[in-house]
Design a protein. Structure first.
Length: 327
């Protein structure tokens, strides 16, 4: 083995000696550079602080009010769970919870079905796709109040479809969807699905356009029909987008307030009352702060209970797709 010269130094020693020379020393970061790095944090800080106050501080305050004996004004005492027990004995609250369960199920199922169907049809590269996509997406661009008011005009027997057909001479035509206790809830479902299906269509269509076409071509070569390709290949590959859609629709369903207020005002009677409407009435109309706060707490609990399994499903699916689920 050839001997090394006496002047040889390891590479690490050479780099260290070079780094210690004055011309290679790291220059201190200037004050302007440090300020530039802090600008994004400083810009976002007021929003983060305000959001933290409105979410965490007021949620804690609401929970405290629900455990008090507050009525028209806050009373900072401790009354236990009296407001919670009285809440579940209130027929308007229990009816609202039942209505929310029916509405949420129908709203999510039909919004997804209509949206996915429209997305699959649009994925066939039909003529005028941009125009049709704008039409289907238009409802989500308007507020729930406008949606409820518009559908209230359409479904009202004195101004809508029933009056239109009566003016044409078809006097036997009846379409009292929002004035009938048995069908008023389905009028809310109809308006909500019309509002959300275009949003689902756009989300799913964007996901469909991102599917690997080589996999689709392989399925066609194997002789699979388009229905089977969508059912076995394409739709399972866009589950992350579907989970996002479900989370957004679940939040819309649980927090439904302005749509119902504009469409049916919670009636006829209490046939279309919802928990969010009950909270509003207890807090601002009936002067029952404790009971309204207890109802709001139950809404928060319901939102968490419903969303956690969906989020967990998305996490498990993502972990499985990335290979994390294999030992």
């Amino acid at each position: 083995m050839k001997a090394l010269p006496a002047s040889y130094q390891p590479l690490g020693h050479v780099m260290q000696s070079v780094a210690l020379t004055p011309e290679f020393r790291t220059r201190p970061v200037s004050r302007a550079a440090r300020l530039a790095q802090l600008v994004p944090t400083l810009v976002l800080l007021p929003t983060l602080v305000t959001t933290g106050i409105y979410i965490f501080v007021f949620v804690c305050w609401n929970i405290y009010l629900s455990l008090s004996s507050s009525t028209l004004l806050p009373v900072y005492d401790f009354a236990g769970f009296d407001a919670y027990t009285r809440l579940w004995r209130n027929p308007r609250w229990t009816t609202g919870v039942q209505n929310l369960a029916v509405f949420g199920t129908l709203y999510i199922v039909f919004s997804v079905l209509v949206g996915v169907t429209l997305a699959i049809l649009m994925d066939q590269r039909v003529k005028g796709e941009n125009f049709l996509r704008s039409i289907f997406l238009y409802p989500i661009a308007i507020s729930f109040v406008v949606t409820g008011t518009t559908w209230q005009w359409i479904l009202n027997p004195s101004t809508g479809l029933e009056k239109f057909f009566h003016d044409l001479g078809w006097t036997g035509f009846e379409f009292s969807l929002i004035t009938n206790r048995e069908t008023a809830l389905y009028a809310v479902v109809l308006a909500a699905v019309w509002h959300a299906s275009g949003f689902v269509m756009v989300m799913v269509l964007a996901a469909l356009r991102g599917v690997d076409q080589d996999v689709v071509k392989a399925g066609r070569i194997d002789g699979a029909s388009m229905i089977k390709i969508y059912r076995r290949i394409i739709l399972p590959s866009i589950w992350p987008v579907m989970i996002s859609v479900l989370i957004i629709l679940l939040q819309f369903a649980i927090k439904t307030f302005d749509l119902v207020l504009a469409l049916t005002h919670g009636g006829p009677g209490i046939s279309t009352t919802f928990p969010a409407i009950f909270v509003y009435d207890r807090l601002f109309a009936a002067g029952e702060l404790a009971q309204g706060a207890a109802a709001a707490v139950w809404l928060l609990i319901g939102l968490i209970v419903v969303l956690l399994p969906v989020i967990a499903l998305g996490w498990v699916y993502r972990k499985h797709k990335t290979g994390g689920g294999h030992g």
